[in-house]
Write a protein that binds this ligand. Structure first.
Ligand code: ZN
Length: 50
């Protein structure tokens, strides 16, 4: 919705662990929680912008 543009900017810098779904900072090589190496960027899946 673009309600929180700052939050959007932050979300774009969050990576989600594919295993435990925990949030990690962008640029980390592995999950800080479980150590899983495969992270996916959390970006436009939240803001359903046209
Ligand atoms: Zn994890």
């Amino acid at each position: 919705m673009g309600k929180f543009p700052i939050a959007d900017a932050r979300i774009s810098q969050i990576w989600i662990c594919k295993k435990c779904k925990s949030r990690n900072k962008r640029g980390v090589e592995k999950c800080r929680k479980c150590g899983y190496k495969y992270l996916r960027p959390k970006r436009k899946d939240i803001r359903a912008k046209k």
